[in-house]
Design a protein around this ligand. Sequence first.
Ligand SMILES: C[S@@+](CC[C@H](N)C(=O)[O-])C[C@H]1O[C@@H](n2cnc3c(N)ncnc32)[C@H](O)[C@@H]1O
Length: 266
Amino acid sequence: MTGYVHGYSVLEASRLYDQARTLTELLHHDTSYPPGSLVLEAGCGVGAQTVTLLRNSPGARFICVDVSDASLEEARKRVERTGLEGASFQKADIFQLPFERMSFDHVFVCFVLEHLQDPEGALRELREMLKEGGTITVIEGDHGSAYFHPDSEVARRCIDCLVRLQAGSGGDSLIGRRLQPLLRSAGFKDVRVTPRMVYVDSSRPELVEGFTKKTFNAMVEGVREEAIKSGMISELEWDKGVADLHRTAGDGGTFCYTFFKAVAVR
Ligand SMILES: C[S@@+](CC[C@H](N)C(=O)[O-])C[C@H]1O[C@@H](n2cnc3c(N)ncnc32)[C@H](O)[C@@H]1O
């Protein structure tokens, strides 16, 4: 991965926790692994998904890897605080995994492929880790799926800045729509993708806070300096676009976004 566009700041860690908390039911209600199974969580970050994985799968064991020491440390502490057992953390790169081939029952990977230059290659590596019949679960977003009211051309341009900056560092924030072909090309079979749409309006205050404001808008706002510096947008337009994005979280505003969750078999 080159230049992880969201960075590793405290704010970004808190954004990942908010995202995970708010979306737990939507994204995870159908993920649980049987007791005794060994699961690889690839790119666990600060452990925002790990806690839910552990809660939903008592008796399963998780090996959680990431390339960032700081995130792994955060993840370790976070899981420790919950008192949940079954996870161990280690530094490893998805492209150079220090495990034997076919040693895991399942693989789980969430919001990671979008940042990789070679997501198909990553999926091939992860497939190698699975036992015969083992499954992979992949969750990704797709920023092209964001639409909102009141609509705003300049707000859409701010989102497009994030999409282009991520593409510039080799990632693809529109990857959700590509999960099925990617998994198939990487050799997986029985690929099933389900769209998970988040719809937010003021009658769902926890989603207004946890998703529109603290997850999506915070993510866009995180690239302000880079977007302006790159000349993609002027400071004035950026600030207007972000203000418009915030109006979608106000009274009378609405916001829609679709995540994609794939499950496939080795
Ligand atoms: C957006 S975070 C997602 C973290 C976590 N899965 C979640 O959903 O909260 C992406 C994570 O992928 C990690 N990552 C990126 N490239 C990686 C690689 N080649 N091997 C392992 N981890 C990687 C980053 O360090 C970062 O922690």
